[in-house]
Ligand binder design. Structure first.
Ligand SMILES: Cc1cc2nc3c(=O)[nH]c(=O)nc-3n(C[C@H](O)[C@H](O)[C@H](O)COP(=O)(O)OP(=O)(O)OC[C@H]3O[C@@H](n4cnc5c(N)ncnc54)[C@H](O)[C@@H]3O)c2cc1C
Length: 452
């Protein structure tokens, strides 16, 4: 055992069973088993571990709940220590007058949502993994969710961050005012930095008053292209739904096999549209949406009560786990984003790519903001098909960039998309990012091997 005396009092393990649990995340990324895993309880403990680890020339891998889809929390160097923030779960403050909350990084998103509701407050970012993922992980990946179309992503709610830098010092960026122009806003660099610049140890978020009412509409389309054309029409009509989720036919079949919700399988696409606000106003908006849908041959059902709404959302949130349950299948998943006027084009071309390659693709996602989750399904044991799957992945990224889209809308680059980053970014761009990393992390100890 290494000399752990310097970090006495901190929960730390070198037991193999523990280490194995921290060698993977929710992605298909293959990493290595780290040397140690530590569970700090406060910023001071993080700082002590970071100083100790740097001294021992260990690499540091910050980790929230490990629900990441890009391998960001997976160690790639066996001389690593995983710093798991999962025991830092304190909601430090809920300020009902300044509309802010301050939390430790290990607070679970869904738990925070529930606690805020007691005060009539609302934290909009709602990744489908919200029952498990941490706020620290959400900030590190700039997580989005179905409500992003109306309310934006995590970045739009982060006001202040406390960071433990790779040299162990603790610094604060941002502040508690809604407006702030005081030099470079360095907190922005940490949002979406995937643990490569420092460890997020405390977060102050902006929150909103809870919306008065919610209406959910389920719209079925027999034709995929019509669904793609309908989406920009809704947004162009002046209505901003709080969600506009999209599920394709294969997706519906997979959910129905697992959940038996009685979904109509005789359609090509299903949209889940949700409105929130004052009741008479959202009722009027719902009627307008039904009219527009009719013009695109879409049929609408309205989920009026809380339980039927929750049922639909449970189905939507269970898609990823349902796909994972498919026998012998490995899913190579990506979350591309395209400008919304290119969505119909993207969906049609994805269907063509699947037909031409003979490899099934399941698509679902946040259609309202052009963010599509594309799952390429390959046979785990068939090496040749896996290779074909990864060739298809490259083609999907090339298609995305040709449509002026982004190769990740919310999951980040991590290690799974690292080989493809130059499809999106110029060398000059990558060099600038590397230079920024060097300023914060000159010895390259913080989550090395990720992004670039
Ligand atoms: C079923 C399912 C559905 C999902 N749906 C969505 C969705 O709708 N929207 C979405 O955006 N994502 C979604 N995800 C992906 C994932 O949940 C998010 O990326 C989430 O933000 C990761 O949080 P985590 O706590 O699990 O972080 P981890 O997976 O542990 O880590 C993710 C990255 O953040 C870094 N990190 C974590 N905590 C810290 C910290 N405190 N300081 C510095 N770096 C840190 C890690 O090093 C890693 O690079 C989904 C995942 C699953 C499994």
């Amino acid at each position: 055992m290494k000399d752990l005396n310097l970090i006495k009092g901190i929960d730390i393990s070198d037991i193999r069973e523990d280490l194995i649990c921290y060698s993977y995340d929710a992605s298909y990324a293959q990493g290595v088993i780290p040397e140690l895993v530590a569970w700090p309880k406060n910023s001071d403990e993080i700082s002590r571990i970071v100083k100790w680890a740097t001294n021992k020339e260990l690499k540091i891998v910050p980790r929230g709940a490990g629900t990441g889809m890009s391998g960001g929390a997976v160690p790639v160097n066996s001389r690593s220590i995983v710093i798991s923030l999962e025991r830092m779960t304190e909601v430090i403050d809920i300020n009902t007058k300044n509309f802010t909350t301050t939390v430790q990084p290990g607070v679970i998103n869904g738990e925070l949502q529930k606690e805020l509701l007691i005060y009539g407050l609302f934290y909009p970012p709602d990744p489908a993994s919200m029952d498990y993922c941490t706020i620290g992980g959400n900030v590190a990946t700039n997580a989005g969710g179905p409500r992003a179309i109306k309310y934006g992503v995590t970045r739009n709610y982060v006001m202040e961050l406390e960071i433990v830098l790779p040299n162990g010092s603790i610094v604060n960026f941002g502040g508690k005012t809604f407006k702030r122009v005081v030099g470079y806003e360095l907190k922005e660099l940490f949002i979406g930095s995937e643990g490569t610049l420092g460890i997020i140890s405390r977060i102050t978020l902006r929150v909103l008053p809870e919306p008065e009412e919610v209406i959910t509409l389920l719209i079925s389309f027999k034709d995929l292209e019509n669904a793609g054309k309908f989406i920009p029409k809704i947004i162009g009509s002046g209505i901003t739904p709080r969600t506009l989720e999209f599920l394709d036919k294969t997706c519906l079949q997979i959910i129905e096999e697992n959940k038996e919700l009685g979904l109509n399988l005789d359609i090509d696409a299903l949209l889940l549209v949700e409105l929130d606000g004052e009741l008479t106003s959202i009722k009027r908006q719902a009627e307008k949406i039904v009219d527009i849908a009719r013009k695109f041959k879409g049929e609408t059902q309205i989920a009026t009560d809380y339980y039927s709404r929750e049922n639909l959302w449970q189905a939507r949130r269970s898609i990823s786990p349902c796909i994972l349950k498919m026998k012998n299948k490995e899913k190579i998943n990506v979350d591309i984003a395209v400008p919304i006027d290119k969505l119909a084009d993207a969906l049609t071309k994805l269907k063509e790519l699947s037909l031409n390659s003979g490899i099934p693709i399941v698509s679902f996602g946040h259609a309202g903001d052009g963010n599509i989750h594309v799952n390429i399904l390959v046979n785990k044991e068939d090496e040749e098909q896996r290779k074909k799957g990864f060739d298809l992945l490259k083609k999907i990224f090339e298609l995305t960039v040709s449509l002026e889209g982004a190769i990740s809308g919310e999951h980040g680059i991590g290690i799974t998309k690292k080989p493809y980053i130059d499809i999106q970014l110029s060398q000059k761009n990558i060099d600038l990012m590397r230079a920024i990393k060097k300023v914060f992390d000159p010895k390259e100890v913080m989550n090395p091997g990720k992004i670039f």
